[in-house]
Design a protein around this ligand. Structure first.
Ligand SMILES: *Cc1c(COP(=O)(O)O)cnc(C)c1O
Length: 454
């Protein structure tokens, strides 16, 4: 076997890249990382990068938090692995469920564990199918989500994800319906106010329910702020317009808080930032501050009672993963929740979010090729446009956002291209000086790329 020598060639040879722009990685080589320090990561050549994406939204306490690593080690020493099935579960699992319900917006509820956000969404869909069938409504199977939504990549959660690339897999599966994305700047019509836009989306929801038949719909899933869709906060009054319609038709509303949960928007939950009460919450990513693959379905009182009743009737809830409620994952999650809520991380997001927004606004003022700045808390996106007034996008063939991200990497900043936008979602531990460094490096990348473009 011929063995390539460099880290980049070895990565190319033996690893299949997921969600990676292949022309770009072939030209530049993969960034191979060895370790991290606070919000920075370091590659095999010793280059340091400020990771303005917290890994993938999840490493909110940075890359070398001692307390989190110690909690993991202590649990590995004490009881390194177990499932949560057949009437057994670890003490850590018991404690985490208790904690999750305590910090949830619900006054009571029940928790079920998975290994990822995708599996948590899949699990929630199966719970809805299970409970509707048990209640005598087996035809209640359709799932409502929005275009540009991101709910994961397994076959069901990918069907919920409203991205064009899913057609490459022949997805979505039948019965997954995508409503209009609540992005006013992107989808508002000429002369339509934001309030009118929201009302139009509410009418679309009602019309869809009436057309499909409410008694064929299992549930509605929505991210409080769409993350991988390009950081899209809802249009004003969106959830207040949508929720009464869902309630009227007895359609459960599931908040996918995989990104928003645990502080990203400035409150513990995104639904608190936007003032609505879902029927269940999906959590993952920062649940373990990125130190363990874990997802959780947190059912509010009504769904907890109904899924429990359906399970009693069937004599079990026939679902669960080998590593569901893994004791090490649960011990890390308990510590991560404590770190985020009680070590000043959530507080730091609230304190520095205005500085982040103001810095990005100032950049937008200086860069005419930024069409929109959108976000909340510690999650923001800048949308690149050829022309701001007419919102004319750049030619897709120019790969503008990919170029900006690459230019930023060259100056030591990791940020993510998403469509024509650049996403920034830094770790919650960022200091003011690191925030300014992030903004400064971002602007260097933007200026360089905009100067090169025709
Ligand atoms: C990342 C993400 C998921 C999927 O989580 P995985 O752990 O990657 O499977 C689901 N929903 C949202 C909102 C996400 O951002």
């Amino acid at each position: 076997m011929d063995r390539p020598q460099s880290w980049q060639a070895r990565a190319d040879a033996w690893s299949l890249y997921g969600f990676t722009d292949l022309p770009s990685v072939h030209r530049r080589g993969a960034v191979v990382l060895t370790h991290g320090e606070g919000p920075y990561v370091v590659d095999v050549d010793g280059n340091r990068y400020l990771d303005a994406n917290s890994g993938l939204w999840n490493m909110v306490a940075g890359f070398d938090h001692k307390g989190l690593a110690e909690a993991a080690k202590a649990q590995y020493d004490r009881f390194p692995g177990y499932h949560a099935l057949f009437g057994r579960m670890s003490d850590q699992t018991v404690m985490l469920s208790e904690k999750l319900v305590e910090v949830s917006p619900f006054d009571r509820g029940k928790v079920f564990y998975t290994n990822s956000g995708s599996e948590a969404n899949d699990t929630m869909v199966k719970m809805l199918w299970f409970l509707h069938a048990s209640e005598g409504n087996p035809q209640r199977r359709k799932i409502l989500t929005r275009s540009n939504a991101y709910h994961g990549v397994t076959a069901v959660s990918a069907s919920m994800t409203g991205k064009p690339y899913n057609s490459a897999f022949g997805l979505p599966l039948p019965g997954f319906i995508h409503l209009t994305c609540p992005h006013y700047w992107g989808f508002g019509e000429a002369g339509e106010s934001e309030e009118q836009f929201t009302q139009r989306l509410a009418r679309e929801l009602e019309d869809t329910i009436l057309r499909e038949g409410a008694d064929t719909i299992a549930g509605f899933f929505g991210e409080p702020v769409m993350g991988a869709g390009g950081v899209i906060p809802p249009s004003s009054g969106y959830f207040q317009a949508v929720l009464p319609i869902l309630r009227r038709h007895a359609i459960p509303m599931i908040a996918d808080e995989v990104i928003c949960g645990f502080g990203r928007t400035g409150n513990t939950w995104g639904c608190q930032t936007y003032g609505f009460m879902p029927d269940a919450i999906i959590s993952s990513k920062n649940l373990t501050a990125g130190l363990f693959p874990m997802g959780a379905v947190i059912l509010g009182p009504d769904l907890a009672d109904r899924v429990q009743a359906a399970a009693e009737k069937f004599e079990e809830f026939p679902h669960g993963f080998t590593a569901s409620g893994h004791p090490v994952g649960c011990a890390i999650a308990l510590k991560a929740i404590d770190v985020v809520m009680n070590e000043g991380l959530a507080e730091n997001v609230r304190r520095l979010a205005p500085r982040m927004e103001a810095g990005l606004r100032a950049i937008m003022q200086r860069c005419t090729h930024i069409g929109e700045l959108r976000g909340v808390g510690f999650m923001w996106a800048l949308e690149a446009v050829q022309d701001r007034a007419s919102k004319t996008p750049f030619d897709g063939a120019l790969s503008v956002s990919e170029r900006i991200a690459n230019a930023c990497t060259d100056v030591g900043l990791i940020c993510r291209p998403l469509g024509q936008s650049i996403v920034l979602c830094p770790p919650f531990i960022l200091t003011e000086a690191q925030m300014d460094e992030m903004l400064d490096k971002l602007e260097q990348g933007l200026v360089r790329v905009f100067a090169e473009l025709p």
